[in-house]
Design a protein around this ligand. Sequence first.
Ligand code: NAG
Length: 560
Amino acid sequence: MLTAPISAGQVSFFVAFIWSFFAWIYAEVLHRQKSTRNTHDSDDDPEAAKLLHANGGGSAAAVAKEGKDSGGGGAGEHAATGGKPEPVYPPHSFGPHSGILESMANSGLVACLQLKPSALLQHRHVLRSTVEFGLLMLWYFIADRTTIIGEGPKDYSRDLFLFLFVILTCVAAGSSLQAFKMPLLLNRPQTEEWKGWMQVLFLLYHYFEAKEAYSAIRIFIAAYVWMTGFGNFSYYYKTGDFCIGRFAQMLWRLNFLVFFCCVVLRNSYMLYYICPMHTIYTVFVYVALAVAPQLNQNNIALLVKIFLCFVFIFITWDLQRVFYAIWTPFLWLVGYNDPRKPTEDLLHEWYFRSSLDRYIWIYGMLCAYMHPWAASVLKAIDEMPAIKRFTVRSVILSACGVIGWYYYIHIYCLEKYDYNAIHPYTSWIPITLWIVVRNITPTLRIYNLRLYGWLGCITLETYISQFHVWMKTDIPDGQPKSLLVLLPGYPLLNFALVTGLYVLVSHRLFDLTNALKNSAVPHSNNSLLLRNVIMMAVTGAALYGMVAVMYNLGMGGALT
Ligand SMILES: *[C@@H]1O[C@H](CO)[C@@H](O)[C@H](O)[C@H]1NC(C)=O
């Protein structure tokens, strides 16, 4: 039934899952017992019940709140439990001297591992999220790595491809048109909508293998990287908030799911190349602004910084030897070999993918920097007298049309390899044209399609899930060459069913990633953050080490 042997990493995951499952069931049982006890108490003695409540009997709400900003695979220590008042410490009460070890010993993770009832009760919600996440990972495994679920071939029809997109857009327009509070250039709902419809086309392109849309898809991916530069720059530039906790949360958001996919499915990080690409460019934007932050207030200095980013990328990417020298030590992280098309050059995938969009994040930063100026130009146009306004807009749109047409003929229509060669230097053209056209009048800026915006928020999860629970890769590091089939003989009904399930799974994974992030990665307590990182690494390594040793002693021969 399995399409590949089982690894020690997979067994470790399974052990952790089984443990969480029983811990969670135990926590639920404890919770039931406590609620019945509380009801009884209130029957007998209303005063006592009130007291209990005040002391933390209403644990669900307390836990939910507690989980928000505390640590340690769900720490948030010292909450009152079971109505028994315990000393209340200020949250995260350890300084450099009270000792990180002591703090670890007191953490929620350790208490849960010891199956302390109070800790299990307090972290019931975190356990629940862990178990649900584990179940979804099992679904990934069953759908993609066993022969239990059928598979079918891809089949492209331009008619169907476009029909699906048109229909979805009509539904979005008919049911989810919404107005933002003001006509801001590139407002958040608008960029979410942008991500959403691009993602729909990107996914359909994979599902139907719509080869003819190749260049469009390259532009969409460039647009995502552009948004990474744009969004992150705007945030740091406006707020000057370089807090490590927030940055760590962002890294968690980008890499949590993909990490478990790699473990559970024995894949390389680079199979999901979007994740390393966004991670590295997110880090670059952060570094560009967080180093000597006082310079960000000075326009010239800031432009010099942006220029230095170009120089930096030119040296470390365009000079291919430098790139290989830098990244070869990280081959374990960014190497990739397609089992169906083996290659000698394991860095090629990373070089190819990251090179395509190596400059566009810097252009995103530049756009964010010029945003106030562009917004004021738009405002000036809005305030012109009607005839002048109309003329100016017509001139701008005509210019966009002419440039777009030239771009289409001379660049977009090139053959794949020729196109890729100039993509890094030209992807900014369609992106800029789209931004101008999409924002030219206040009405266009205000309205957006929320359905696409909603899909735009879960792009990372739909991107990763598509490989395993929408299509099938079958073997470790395989590309998704076939489709998941639950209803054989009915390709369209199957598409509807599998897609529904897939979007649902992706949305749950989005919520779970956030929930677990909030309990494991504290936003504003660096020592707690450090403690949690160490604890997660140590727990994971210890588990993996134990499993790997048992493997070598016992069944090592059968399983690799
Ligand atoms: C920074 O970029 C990452 C990757 O695209 C994204 O997840 C994150 O939301 C961005 N941060 C901001 C503040 O826009």
